[in-house]
Write a new protein. Sequence first.
Length: 397
Amino acid sequence: MSATTDEPLPQEARREPQIPLGLPVRTRRELWRRKLLWIGVWLVFLSSPVRDLLSGRHTTGGTVAGLLGLAVFVAVYLSLLFRDMGATSYPPKLIGGLIASMAVLAVVLCLTLGSAWLGLFCYVSVACGITLPLRGAFWTIPGTGAVMLLVGLRTDEEEALNLLVLVLLIGFAMTGVSQLVRTTVELRKARATVAQLAANEERLRLARDLHDLLGHSLSLITLKSELAGRMLPDHPEKAARQVADIEQVSRQALVDVREAVTGYRRPRLAAELAGTQVALAAAGITAEVPAETGLDGVPEESESALAWALREAITNVVRHSGATRCKVALARRQTLDGPVVELSVEDDGSGGSGKGPGNGLAGLTERLEKAGGTLEAGRVKRGFHLVARVPAEPPRT
């Protein structure tokens, strides 16, 4: 879509202000609205120079020179004023040079054509307030007023004194407008950044949940499928039970994925302990799993993090370790940071490929850190040991 076309906007966009601060122009109509807003306010100060030129008290050469000088002055002023409405802006040195040229033109026109041109210093002050940094504007705006007073000593001292307060007020008011626009631009950029970070965080959450959910379920389905295949020729009834288990696991996996996508998935540790017993038994691994969790009073977020940790640990045991025995333990411990619940999973397997932590452990570490917990995992003398710790009490406020 072209930047100069006018197409219907959605209802949300129509609710925004007619001249939104800090946004680049999107249509030609919006550009002209901004121009009329900014120009219309200050055109009053051009009335005196224009009346002076039309009065006929100057020679033809003086009138032509005055028209040319006024045209150049207004062109430079508008160029400075609308520099941020386009895709690019002027470099600082060019801005300083253009403001200096406006000041020189104002001095020359006032000294040659009379005190009616003192109002041009109002435009110089406005340009300083809008285009210069705050520190620079605080020096150049009073400097503009001082130059106008010096010129007024040669033309009309009383008129210069009358305009001095106006020059200072207009200039410093424009610094406020300029700061407001810049702040609005920064806030809009910050809001866009926050939205992007939130989207990235949601993608990471979804990736972690799907990895943990599908990794466990698919591993169990694969094991039971292999077991059913071995039983099928001689023990069709046992194979049928394994196929029924596969159907149940796949249905539960589908439910879990739907819950994870909607953001409401919070696994319970008791259910994961029961699933652990089934998964280890299906893999032919001797299991030592506590019958009860004993997690009364533990925050829901902590219990959910431990459930995810148990699921990831058992998935790794079944898929990668080659273990024949696995022990799961739960315990409450008192630490310097307060009471914690500790989940320990230890097997006698090889510990996997040995190529460093995978995506599962990395995602699990992030999940535990968000719950205020920690993760320790590594090889031991005879197998692999994983320890997850989470706070046993809600955080104090």
